[in-house]
Design a protein around this ligand. Structure first.
Ligand code: TTP
Ligand code: MG
Length: 354
């Protein structure tokens, strides 16, 4: 099952584009994010800002406390999207098997590429050089026999780095990999495992597959592979979406279910717009409402439903709000999210077979 996979991920992507266009930003801490006084959050920041502990998803106000000289820019989404298109076009020179994961990141399967005699390492070096020369930002890459390890490897020498894991190094490389590098093992699972003395993938190898399934449910089977650095998933050129959603953080907390319902209307319009672009390929199979309270605790409510009507979201919102604790409700709602769960209509599934 050994493939040749490259995982590419731009370094501090939005910030890198801003530094490219304004060299004065290079050596001072900058971030892209919402304004601190309207309770915005940081999307990303450059590496000088990271030295102060600033990171993605941190409230901007907190980021400014950690780094008072931080310059927070509002961001230019249309430009980042255009830059992303240029980067993906560079990947396309080396393979048709590309799976974008976000604007700045993709898996590239070069197993059958003939460039550089099929050397994935040299292709990765060339991609990095092309992006730097033509786009003006740096990109890190990981090269490995599968997606899981390639993605880990692209992080290994960040920023502006390349790390290669050869097939015969897979076992040793994964043995010393901290378990939280496995997608699906979040901070909670990692802490539980640490209590049992499990820190690295090698520690996970002492369990039987059955024990892993008992501990982790459906994830157990996947873990049984990942602990040896294995991953049989193919690079998927067309991603099947499972959901579409929108969310908004409000400048002031919403304190009543009525004010939440009012805020829901424009959000619903936004969701419909996004959905419209997908409607030819997917059917709606359910609705999701997410509430994040002032204390950052959050809850989601889902309802299987094929009908699209704002009324169903309002009902779901009502349920969600009422199921919050009195403490949560008293603090108010800082963020509302709405989403559709998607299913692929039968015709599409059949089409895919051919
Ligand atoms: P990432 O690749 O996760 O982060 P990054 O490129 O900024 O930094 P690096 O890879 O060097 O660690 O995300 C790519 C872009 O996506 C990022 O530049 C901004 C955006 N983003 C958000 O808007 N919010 C987030 O919480 C994250 C993680 C990213
Ligand atoms: Mg990145």
């Amino acid at each position: 099952m050994n493939r040749k996979i490259i995982h590419c991920d731009c370094d501090c992507f939005y910030a890198a584009v801003e530094m490219r266009d304004e060299p004065n930003y290079r050596h001072r801490p900058i971030a892209i994010g919402g304004a601190a006084n309207s309770r915005g959050v940081i999307s990303t920041c450059n590496y000088p800002a990271r030295k102060f502990g600033v990171h993605s998803a941190m409230p901007s106000a907190q980021a400014l406390r950690a780094c008072p000289e931080l310059l927070i820019l509002p961001g230019r989404m249309a430009l980042y999207k255009a830059v992303s298109v240029e980067i993906m076009a560079i990947f396309k020179r080396y393979s048709n098997l590309i799976e974008p994961l976000s604007l700045d990141e993709a898996f590239i399967d070069v197993s059958d590429s003939l460039t550089f005699d099929g050397s994935a390492t040299r292709i990765a070096q060339q991609i990095r050089a092309d992006v730097e020369a033509e786009v003006g930002i740096t990109i890190s890459a990981g090269v490995a026999p599968n997606k899981f390890i390639a993605k880990v490897a692209s992080d290994w020498r960040k920023p502006n780095g390349l790390f290669v894991v050869k097939p015969d190094e897979l076992d040793a490389f994964s043995a010393v990999l901290p378990v939280n590098k496995i997608p699906g093992i979040g901070p909670v699972s990692a802490a539980k495992l640490a209590q049992q003395g499990v820190h690295m993938c090698a520690d996970l190898r002492s369990f039987s597959e059955l024990e892993l399934e008992q501990k982790f449910g459906r994830m157990g089977k996947t873990l049984a592979l990942r602990r040896f650095g294995l991953d049989h998933r193919a690079v998927q050129t067309s991603r099947i979406r499972k959901s579409v959603s929108v969310e908004n953080t409000y400048p002031k907390d919403l304190h009543s279910v009525e004010s939440c319902k009012q805020a829901l209307v424009p959000l619903y319009e936004q969701l419909l717009q996004r959905w419209q672009k997908l409607a030819t390929h997917y059917a709606v199979s359910g609705l999701v409402v997410k509430l994040k309270f002032a204390d950052f605790s959050q809850l989601t409510r889902e309802h299987a439903n094929e009908e699209i009507d704002v009324v169903f979201f309002q009902q779901l919102l009502h349920q969600a709000f009422s199921s919050g604790s009195s403490q949560q409700r008293a603090g108010g709602v800082r963020l509302l999210g709405l989403g559709f769960k998607l299913s692929t209509p039968v015709t599409q599934q059949q089409l895919r077979l051919f």
